[in-house]
Write a protein that binds this ligand. Sequence first.
Ligand SMILES: NC(=O)c1ccc[n+]([C@@H]2O[C@H](COP(=O)([O-])OP(=O)(O)OC[C@H]3O[C@@H](n4cnc5c(N)ncnc54)[C@H](OP(=O)(O)O)[C@@H]3O)[C@@H](O)[C@H]2O)c1
Length: 290
Amino acid sequence: MTRVAFIGLGVMGYPMAGHLRRGGHEVTVYNRTAAKAARWVEEYGGASAPTPREAATDRELVLMCVGNDDDIRSVVYGADGALAGMKKSAILVDHTTASASIARELDAACKERGMGFLDAPVSGGQEGAINGRLGIMCGGDADTFAQVKPVLDLYARECTLIGPAGSGQLTKMVNQIALVGLLQGLAEAINFGKRAGLDMEKVIGVISKGVAQSWPLENRWKAMDEVKFDGFGFAVDWMRKDLAICLEEAGRNGARLPATALIDQFYAQVQARGGNRWDTSSLMHLLAND
Ligand SMILES: NC(=O)c1ccc[n+]([C@@H]2O[C@H](COP(=O)([O-])OP(=O)(O)OC[C@H]3O[C@@H](n4cnc5c(N)ncnc54)[C@H](OP(=O)(O)O)[C@@H]3O)[C@@H](O)[C@H]2O)c1
């Protein structure tokens, strides 16, 4: 049994921390909104702490999943931050989707203190977190990865070390660039099929067995068909945060992202329609309603 802290019990973190408890670990949680931490303890047992520092104190492993770079800084640094409580030899794992530069910054801050660090963003959505079937893309040292992998495997379908610190975040950028292209293509295809008067249930039934098959096709075509995007999935606000990170990184490495930049602007239009928390399949809203 490992003594673990988990910081950030959102859509993703709440079930991920639950898998750690089910896996027999001693878990202390921290969440900014304390009521969520109390609900988690009621559901899974374990303990909650009033600050990230207290949650991280004397833990071998501190995991977190918050929103963005600024949120990471606010739970890691300062008098009440996780680093202030962590012991030498402890390991910090960040599941937040964030920039590669903050991953390298955290890696340096941990190394300075004799601690280990992994950036470990995830893919698989809320369903993947609940079912313990996430793709976890890691950046960091091989030794640190080897120590942490058995714990991450509790909620992973695949957990891979890609390269040094920052590589996990860069891999997540690759994932998001691929994903938004798929979502836009799917929205255009379904809108086209509907306007052509086809039975989309039959269309999806057959094309999902061919080369156009994908997770969004199988899991989001219905939402696109019904133009209903509220109350589930991966929020447009989060995707715009991720695309801003991708576009900024591309500005550094010279990769051209013309379609990604365009789709980012489509998401801005979805936000203008009130879709900030709609699922990212809501690109269809722009096609179905115009
Ligand atoms: N949802 C998905 O399908 C999905 C899939 C893959 C990756 N991700 C990524 O995973 C991360 C979390 O996503 P999520 O959907 O779980 O988000 P969420 O439901 O909005 O949860 C965010 C969590 O971070 C905490 N938090 C945010 N800002 C904070 C701050 N400044 N200080 C302390 N705590 C803070 C929130 O606390 P409160 O409860 O107090 O607000 C909450 O626990 C994001 O980086 C997202 O891009 C999400």
